[in-house]
Ligand binder design. Structure first.
Ligand SMILES: CCCCCCCCCC(=O)SCCNC(=O)CCNC(=O)[C@H](O)C(C)(C)COP(=O)(O)OP(=O)(O)OC[C@H]1O[C@@H](n2cnc3c(N)ncnc32)[C@H](O)[C@@H]1OP(=O)(O)O
Length: 162
């Protein structure tokens, strides 16, 4: 579910991560994260918290794309296996591991600079399905309105429901 004001995927968010995600063969969701100077922690290297954010986005997109239901991150674990340099692109492949009631388990691998590059970051998350009142009761009404408009446009764009 793409939301243009999202820090992770919003096209127009200044300083956002601008992550693009798409469903791919094998019921996985692939995302790319281009690491820039603005994402630095240690000199020349991506900040771990931003990498966790990128995986939150990639995994949330996996839930949205594969299950088409509103959900929020309840738990997120990351393993940082290799440094991720500024100028590199993380190729993230995420999958749905299971659903138990409202609980949705997802995981992802992030490879450096190529689909078959070395694994730099891995993550697992638990998302919890929520009703839309989660957003209206905890967030701003106008933000939810913008999100609903974006969803309507998304539905119009879909050829098939993956
Ligand atoms: C519209 C779509 C938009 C998609 C956007 C994706 C954006 C990217 C993702 C995000 O960044 S979301 C923002 C960060 N996350 C949050 O703000 C969530 C804040 N937490 C909450 O709102 C609530 O804690 C939550 C909705 C996750 C759960 O509260 P509830 O009262 O609805 O449910 P409950 O606490 O009963 O938990 C439901 C089940 O999940 C389990 N659970 C919840 N949090 C857990 C946790 N942290 N670890 C393990 N299990 C957890 C819980 O034990 C339980 O299991 P059982 O059904 O087996 O009893």
């Amino acid at each position: 579910m793409h939301y243009n004001e999202c820090f992770g995927c919003g096209d127009d968010v200044e300083g956002g991560l601008h992550i693009q995600s798409a469903v791919a063969e094998g019921m996985v969701v692939v995302s790319q994260f281009e690491v820039t100077d603005a994402h630095q922690g240690a000199p020349g290297l991506a900040h771990g918290g931003l990498l966790a954010c990128a995986f939150d986005e990639a995994l949330g997109s996996t839930v949205g794309n594969l299950l088409r239901r509103p959900a929020v991150t309840g738990r997120l674990e990351t393993d940082f296996r290799r440094p991720v340099p500024v100028g590199s692109t993380l190729h993230i492949v995420a999958r749905l591991d299971g659903v138990a009631g409202r609980k949705i388990y997802v995981s992802a691998d992030g490879r450096l600079d190529a689909e078959d590059g070395p694994i730099a970051v891995q993550a697992r998350a638990l998302f919890v399905t929520v009703g839309f009142e989660h957003f209206t009761s905890h967030g701003h009404t106008d933000a939810m309105q913008k999100f609903r408009q974006a969803r309507t446009r998304e539905r119009e764009d879909w050829d098939i429901n993956p």
